[in-house]
Design a protein around this ligand. Structure first.
Ligand SMILES: [Zn+2]
Length: 466
């Protein structure tokens, strides 16, 4: 399942910081980011792989207990960044463009270097300082413009008004350069820390070098500012040369990725391509002549999304024959059936996927959705049990609460149904509906009960408790 959701909760703080940084460095993308917001992709298989990539790195970086989360951003360009000291953000484009696990692991090690160095809070201080300076500069500039326009009205020219605009621009340029040189220093520190983490986990720093090298050579040709990763990570040739020097001395420089891990990486890239790219692109990457498992996975998913269900199921069943214990093949089978309006037929495959994974709340939500979708009352208690357990472990996915509300409604438990609907609306970002439903839920619960307290939190627009 690849879900596209809107990031809730800490999103405003994130947007604020990204916007602040972007304003300081690139005004255009700031406006763009504000208009679009940061939508997030959810997928159990991809998240699991990214967690396995980062876990050893976080451990040697001393961040094991910081509960650092991986967040996949719905953006096909290459980017990875840290924004609030507890999350690493990765564009799906960065995964798609990384040909080996080692390449994306290198980028994650570099980002962990930023986290471990506390670069973010330092950059925030720099930005705060810059903003103060900028405000002073603006005030001076506006003063000059005011003086200029007075001058113009009397002298009939606008020379001084232009001088005012220049007075605004000049200090901003100085601030921008100061920030950039500060940022470069942080980048070099993160490179060194990243290589250290890779050595400590006996991994090669070659992938990190390859990725950054690629950006250096591409930056010669690409239009300035076209690539978000280059904006957040200035990549002058001397930085990459320095990286090459200390990275190539690693005893693990020539160490290759484990073939089993490479296959999982390629499977995830195939899945992302199939879900996010147009069918023509998918078939160009994975032509029928390519008989590999990733190519067959990509084509099976693309067929279910854009072709006919029967052909998709045939392809998925052939994949299951090759790897009968791969939970994600059953997940795709269930998802294809569910989305084709066959919830009852989806149940066995989703049950199998959930069983093989043991802890996969997103897939359990899909199973709950299939159970509710059958309209069979005999499944209702099972659906409530599965969905309650799933939302407890995955409280930020609206799907679980939407399905839970339907299951409660079917049981005639309207207070719980209203509360779950309110929680779903809250997670979708629809605060008005969330408040209305939570207000109604409060009238249906006894005052002070756990349900009433949760509903009250939503009415008060606090993040709901779980
Ligand atoms: Zn960086």
């Amino acid at each position: 399942m690849l879900l596209q959701i809107v990031l809730r909760k800490k999103a405003s703080a994130l947007t604020a910081l990204v916007t602040a940084a972007a304003i300081a460095l690139t005004p255009f993308s700031a406006a763009h980011a504000q208009a679009k917001g940061p939508p997030v992709l959810r997928d159990t298989e991809t998240e699991q792989l990214l967690r396995e990539y980062t876990r050893p790195i976080l451990r040697v970086a001393g961040l094991e207990k910081h509960n650092i989360q991986m967040v996949i951003i719905n953006d096909g360009s290459f980017n990875a960044f840290v924004a609030d000291g507890r999350r690493i953000f990765v564009n799906y484009g960065a995964i798609l463009q990384s040909e080996t696990p080692n390449q994306i692991i290198g980028v994650l090690a570099h980002e962990t270097g930023h986290l471990a160095g506390g670069h973010l809070s330092k950059l925030r201080e720099q930005l705060a300082a810059a903003q103060t300076q900028m405000i002073i500069a603006m005030l001076l500039g506006v003063g000059a413009i005011a003086a200029g326009s007075t001058q113009r009205s009397s002298a009939g020219n606008n020379g001084l008004a232009n001088a005012g605009a220049a007075a605004i621009a000049a200090p901003q340029e100085v601030i921008r350069r100061t920030l950039l040189s500060y940022q470069r220093q942080q980048e070099e520190n993160a490179d060194r820390a990243g290589v250290k983490f890779l050595s400590a986990t006996q991994q090669s720093p070659k992938g990190m070098y390859e990725t950054f090298k690629r950006f250096t050579s591409e930056s010669l040709f690409a239009a300035r500012g076209a690539d978000p990763y280059l904006q957040s990570h200035p990549m002058p040739a001397e930085r990459v040369a320095a990286l090459q020097e200390f990275a190539s001395s690693s005893p693990f420089w020539n160490k290759k990725d484990d073939p089993a891990l490479q296959l999982r990486h390629d499977m995830v890239r195939a899945k992302i391509s199939a879900f996010m790219e147009r069918p023509e692109t998918v078939y160009r990457r994975y032509p029928l002549s390519n008989d590999s498992l990733p190519a067959r996975y990509a084509r099976a998913i693309s067929t279910y999304l854009h072709g006919d269900l029967r052909s998709a199921l045939t392809q998925i069943d052939a994949l299951i024959q090759v790897q009968p214990n791969n939970p994600y093949f059953y997940e795709v089978r269930g998802q294809a059936l569910l989305e084709s309006g066959k919830p009852a037929e989806a149940i066995p495959a989703l049950r199998k996927a959930a069983q093989l994974l043991n802890n996969s709340p997103l897939i359990e939500m899909l199973l709950g959705q299939a159970l509710v979708g059958t309209d069979n009352k005999a499944y209702t208690d099972d659906a409530v049990r599965i969905l309650r357990a799933a939302v407890a472990r995955e409280p930020e996915a609206a799907l679980g609460y939407t399905q839970l509300a339907m299951a409660y409604g079917r049981k005639g438990e309207y207070a719980e149904a209203d509360l779950a609907s309110a929680q779903a609306a809250y997670l979708r970002g629809d605060n008005k509906t969330a408040r209305e439903l939570a207000t109604r839920a409060k009238t249906r619960f006894a005052v002070g009960t756990p349900g009433w307290v949760k509903a009250d939190d939503i009415v008060a627009a606090k993040p709901p408790r779980n």
